[in-house]
Design a protein around this ligand. Structure first.
Ligand code: CMX
Length: 133
């Protein structure tokens, strides 16, 4: 893992949460993007190179909708940047971590992404992401 790339935060209402984080951080979000395959609308804030990704569910069966229903709003995942996603998938799998997909999916912010099951990572949902070339 090269660096912590972003922290994902599940929110009920993206517009309201954008205002809260803009006030807190002293700057507005720099983009809003919908990821239809994940059932989320996202916004991004840059904090010294680390990104905060706010996540709002766009449908009832979205992982973010389920998360909020069960646990309420809050930190949803940590995303680490990697150089070679397929090699990292093979590596973490060999080390016993549970991948949530066989193949990378397209994520927000020009990334290919794969998640690890939180039960294999001390209760934290971990994303590995690679910038699309
Ligand atoms: N962080 C930590 N634990 C989590 C979690 C999260 N984000 N989401 C669920 N869990 C916990 C559940 O609370 C549950 O714990 P208990 O058994 O102790 O109650 C456990 O993980 C397993 O839950 P589950 O019912 O088996 O599975 P879910 O249907 O809740 O799905 C997960 C959990 C992680 C497999 C699913 O959310 C998933 O596949 N996530 C990856 C995709 C994703 O999150 N996409 C949205 C973001 C997309 C983006 O960033 O672009």
């Amino acid at each position: 893992m090269e660096k912590l790339e972003h922290i994902g935060i599940a929110v009920k209402n993206l517009n309201e949460a954008n205002k809260v984080f803009a006030t807190l951080l002293g700057k507005p979000h720099y983009k809003i993007e919908e990821v239809a395959s994940e059932g989320v609308r996202t916004s991004f804030f840059d904090v010294g190179g680390l990104k905060i990704e706010l996540l709002e569910a766009t449908r009832a069966d979205s992982p973010v909708a389920k998360f909020i229903e069960k646990r309420g709003e809050g930190i949803h995942h940590l995303a680490f940047a990697v150089d070679n996603l397929e090699a990292c998938m093979a590596d973490v799998s060999e080390k016993g971590f549970r991948l949530l997909a066989d193949k990378p999916k397209d994520g927000a912010d020009n990334k290919r992404i794969v998640f690890l099951h939180p039960k294999s990572t001390s209760g934290v949902l971990v994303e590995m992401c690679e910038e699309k070339k």
